[in-house]
Design a protein around this ligand. Sequence first.
Ligand code: P6P
Length: 339
Amino acid sequence: HVADAHRTDLMTITRHVLNEQSKHPESKGDFTILLSHIVLGCKFLCSAVNKAGLAKLIGLAGETNVQGEEQKKLDVLSNEVFVKALMSSGRTCILVSEEEEEATFVDPSLRGKYCVVFDPLDGSSNIDCGVGVGTIFGVYMAKDKDNVSLEDVLQSGKNMLAAGYCMYGSSCTLVLSTGNGVNGFTLDPSIGEFILTHPNIKIPKKGKIYSINEGNAKNWDTPTAKFVEKCKFPKDGSSPKSLRYVGSMVADVHRTLLYGGIFLYPADKKSPNGKLRVLYEVFPMSFLMEQAGGQAFTGKQQALDMVPTNIHQRSPVFLGSYDDVEEIKALYDAEEMIP
Ligand code: P6P
């Protein structure tokens, strides 16, 4: 009967968030309502992304579809879906999207106290070859929702209240932290619910995988080059690490979170601040890694300690298993010591 109970006692993401909310008696459920709208956006995207390949096959490619409507690129569509879902929640006041140059200030009549930073479809260039892509998001609290400014989203990663990603791959997996650990939910399309499948995710303290674009090796700085050399030719007689690199941050981070190891996107001569964006790529993934017992480093400081000065600012990032990140921190610290 225990097995039956398990099958019928479905822990959905909504129930899970309500349980979390009950730990904050003062909360009025605004956060729960915000998250339910983020979940709605993810459900829509899961369906749209999985159809995208089919759409291409049945000639919806190009500028217009069979109804002669303007064929929106998936990343534009994703952005519109999230902006509308977040605005209609009535719980947000500022939105920052990878797809929009400027921050969106929500109409006062619909304004709430949360600021959401997000990449609606990270890795979208991979869609056409069926590689996993995803949505990445982070949530801040505005200082005063009736008097909002960019300062409310240019906050340190330490002030982030929640973060997560939804990966649209072989299955649709939503990984979320509201500051009390990390939980993974898998969409059951037959009932349209995200079910808790990975409770209390903890990243292995040390991993056997490193994840970096080796094609940039010519431009790496010394600490990164030394670290990768050590992964490939360990001096202590241990086995070399495996290289796994998808090129889609959500896929590379999800594997790192579950299997352990380290994901690196360093600065290099071409991109002195690295490539990944602080607010809606580095911060949310660093938040999750810390909540799962790992850590994240920029080459100069813990990633979450940064205070961005512009909403699309980039930063190098080294994140994953605690011990693996410690190793590259030691190499950067040693570099700092060289006069
Ligand atoms: P590169 C995808 O374009 C992306 O923004 C991240 O999802 C991914 O980690 C990174 O860029 C890959 O960059 O330079 O290795 O192709």
